[in-house]
Design a protein around this ligand. Structure first.
Ligand SMILES: [Zn+2]
Length: 281
């Protein structure tokens, strides 16, 4: 599943590739890929003829500014969910059976949205409306990991008295936006904190170290173009590099890269957790 670094990698790819993209045509092959407007023709009408401007990211949501004749023309929102990915095609190519949405430039280049599991979503938000009024999931998001609002003190306040495992708390998008299984496991290892620890039992020093570890792990992954795990691809179809340096994620049974003890694997909150019982307490 794409997490913050993968979505950020996609954002950068889209912004680079679509710098002068004017949408000439849109085809929707799977209706449920469009979350809003409900009428597919309204979605198409919102995009066709619009020029795609800057892309922003909030948690795992992507939003593009649209304009017409230099005037604001709303936003285009995207969530990749489990397996959504964009592919940029300079030359015409037949769509695969997982192709959900196709957008062509005036010159016939194609931005294709492919989604095997089909949970990915798109929105068109008309001009004058807040993105969060249509993409309602935005309203529930906690702070970005890189923002000043995400501090050790913030975590202390939010997690005070909580008995849920710290791993589960990190996956909660209302606590911090954009973190998923891979980077939760990796940052807990880097911080030396066991995933089962009760959230409320972490000291301010530990929370500060966890915050710092999370930021470092995310920055490293963004720098290497996202992870190699799952089906993630950037918009040129390239896999990221992060998998090569995973400390614990998907390394159950293998020796810890720091101490040599076998990495443990356990289900927590419905997700697999990987950790070193020697390095993490
Ligand atoms: Zn270890």
């Amino acid at each position: 599943m794409p997490e913050l670094p993968e979505v950020e990698t996609v954002r950068r790819g889209l912004e680079r590739q679509l710098s002068s993209f004017e949408i000439g045509q849109v085809e929707v092959l799977r209706q449920r890929a469009i979350a809003a407007p409900k009428e597919i023709d309204q979605f198409r009408a919102g995009l066709i003829g619009a020029r795609v401007g800057a892309w922003s990211r909030r948690g795992k949501y992507l939003m593009a500014e649209l304009s017409r004749g230099g005037l604001p023309a709303g936003h285009w929102g995207v969530h990749l969910r489990m397996t959504g990915q964009f592919l940029w095609l300079e030359e015409p190519r037949e769509p695969c059976r997982h192709t959900r949405v196709r957008c062509w430039s005036r010159q016939g280049q194609e931005l294709r949205f492919i989604d095997v599991r089909s949970f990915g979503q798109m929105w068109f938000i008309p001009s004058g409306h807040e993105c969060s009024s249509v993409m309602t999931g935005l309203q529930k998001l906690g702070p970005e990991p890189f923002s000043a609002a995400f501090s050790g003190t913030y975590l202390m306040q939010k997690l005070k008295g909580s008995v849920r495992p710290i791993k589960n708390a990190l996956l909660d998008q209302a606590l911090v936006a954009g973190v998923g299984n891979i980077y939760a496991d990796e940052s807990l290892f880097a911080a030396g904190v066991a995933p089962q620890r009760r959230s409320g039992s972490l000291s301010l020093v530990e929370l500060e170290r966890l915050r710092q570890s999370l930021i470092e792990v995310l920055e490293t992954s963004i720098g290497s173009g996202g992870t190699t795990f799952s089906d993630f691809r950037d918009i040129s179809g390239t896999n990221g590099n992060y998998g090569g340096i995973a400390w614990v994620y998907r390394r159950g049974g293998q020796p810890c890269r720091r101490c040599g003890q076998p990495i443990q694997r356990e289900r927590l909150g419905g997700r697999s957790s990987h950790w070193c019982p020697n390095c993490q307490r």
